[in-house]
Design a protein around this ligand. Structure first.
Ligand code: 5GP
Length: 189
């Protein structure tokens, strides 16, 4: 545990977090994406075992009972998401640093579990209206799930100060440069 590090990236949905996370992974080969388990269906272009381990609700609940998760949340109504212990260990065993991309509650939970071993970054959209626009453009939500994601984002914004750094994703090039700088400092120290 002594030298183990963990990078936590959190953000309300629609803040551009996945794009920034991909740029970060490309910049640092020592980072490895921690593949969460979840019970939502894959979106177009998503692959099981790459983006998520897409599993059924009964399989997820069995894994909860078997204490296989570092943390788990019902992030949206009926949809479970969780960070698997095996996933973090697999990455540490390869001498890499796990990058976990999780919701705000999960991120607060992981921070508490790894005091002194984490770097946490909150990615913030410039405004709630821009966030709504981005989610609409992505076209993956129904009116109902869009409203749920916006409501959750509003709530999550109030926790931004709990994290080590806040990166406002107003401009992708600027935000990625800032994020790469923050993560580079952490990995090199
Ligand atoms: P999406 O459905 O858009 O892929 O993800 C929805 C939210 O769930 C995002 O905020 C994402 O970061 C979060 N999430 C993904 N994996 C996990 C996880 O393992 N644990 C928790 N708590 N949240 C997660």
């Amino acid at each position: 545990m002594k030298d183990q590090k963990i990078i936590i990236i959190t953000a309300p949905s629609g803040s551009g977090k996945s794009t920034l996370t991909k740029l970060l992974m490309a910049a640092f080969p020592q980072l490895a994406f921690s593949i969460s388990a979840c019970t939502r269906s894959p979106r177009a272009g998503e692959t099981d075992g790459v983006d998520y381990h897409f599993i059924s609700v009964p399989a997820f609940e069995k894994a909860i009972a078997a204490r296989e998760f570092i943390e788990w949340e019902m992030v949206y109504e009926g949809k479970y998401y969780g960070t698997l212990k095996t996933e973090l260990n697999r990455i540490w065993d390869r001498r890499q640093v796990p990058l976990v991309d999780i919701d705000v509650k999960g991120a607060l939970n992981v921070q508490q579990q790894y005091p002194g071993h984490h770097l946490s970054v909150f990615i913030q959209a410039p405004s709630l209206s821009i966030l709504k626009e981005r989610l609409e453009k992505r076209g993956t939500e129904t009116a109902e799930t869009l409203a749920e994601r916006i409501g959750k984002a509003e709530y999550e914004l109030s926790f931004a100060q709990e994290f080590d750094h806040i990166v406002v994703n107003d401009d992708l090039a600027r935000a990625s440069e800032q994020l790469i700088g923050i993560v580079g400092d952490y990995l090199n120290n």
